[in-house]
Design a protein around this ligand. Structure first.
Ligand SMILES: Nc1ncnc2c1ncn2[C@@H]1O[C@H](COP(=O)(O)OP(=O)(O)OP(=O)(O)O)[C@@H](O)[C@H]1O
Ligand SMILES: Cc1cn([C@H]2C[C@H](O)[C@@H](COP(=O)(O)O)O2)c(=O)[nH]c1=O
Length: 202
């Protein structure tokens, strides 16, 4: 039987550089000869598209349930089949995002863990963090994508909540790599994540 592909997730505050890193990491792994597939949550499926459409107006438990429904559908439709074919999956946003964004909306962490109790555990959960002022500069240069990024107070709280999310995931036996990307170039970020991913294969 073909060995199952790894499952690597990339989370962090809005604008820190997740999408840049996740797509470049998949390209880098492929260039090294490791089949890799980049994906993201909300997914491109029907529930994911609905989630993106509604996420600015919907809050709290309702958004938490929609995000979890998309995650279960994403796993069944895309992530598990790709991994079963032996390809590593790199997912831009996953459970850590829920533990932070839905917590910002006031949903208790215990409720979020219960809602996500049957999702697949990543082989490696990467959490990108940075000085909030640097994240603010990146967000200003690129522009905000959604309500969490339009609230100027939210970046510092996200940074703090992602540290808590890292501890929560570790308590649930998920290997976590927290990387401070404040002064790293995009290729430096990819190199740091790739080192952690390739160490899993040894
Ligand atoms: N290491 C880096 N150094 C400097 N700028 C970066 C770095 N990585 C990404 N950027 C820039 O920062 C901005 C935000 O990057 P990106 O869109 O990848 O962030 P994100 O975390 O995926 O955002 P979102 O949470 O909104 O999806 C972009 O303009 C990108 O070009
Ligand atoms: C995975 C996940 C996503 N969301 C919401 C937050 C935003 O509205 C979008 C993500 O957009 P981005 O361009 O990738 O930053 O989805 C959420 O609330 N909780 C989650 O776990």
């Amino acid at each position: 039987m073909r060995p199952r592909g790894l499952f690597v997730t990339v989370d962090g505050p809005g604008g820190v550089g997740k999408s840049t890193a996740a797509t470049a990491l998949a390209d880098h792994l492929r260039a090294l000869g490791h089949p890799a597939h980049a994906t993201a949550e909300p997914s491109t499926g029907a529930i994911g598209r609905l989630t993106r459409d509604l996420a600015d107006g919907l809050r709290g438990h309702a958004l938490a349930c929609l995000v979890a429904a998309d995650r279960y559908d994403h796993l069944a439709r895309e992530i598990r089949p790709v991994r079963a074919a032996g390809t590593t999956v790199v997912c831009d946003r996953y459970l850590a995002s829920t533990l932070v964004l839905q917590r910002l909306d006031g949903v208790p962490v215990e409720y979020l863990l219960a809602l996500n109790a049957a999702v697949d555990r990543p082989d490696l959960a990467v959490i990108l963090t940075a000085d909030p002022a640097e994240i603010g500069r990146r967000l200003t240069a690129r522009g905000a994508h959604h309500r969490f990024e339009r609230d100027p107070a939210s970046t510092a709280r996200e940074v703090e909540f992602y540290h808590d999310a890292a501890e929560t995931l570790r308590r649930h036996d998920v290997p976590v790599e927290v990387i401070d990307v404040s002064v790293l170039t995009p290729s430096g970020v990819v190199a740091a994540i790739a080192r952690a991913v390739l160490a899993l294969r040894r």
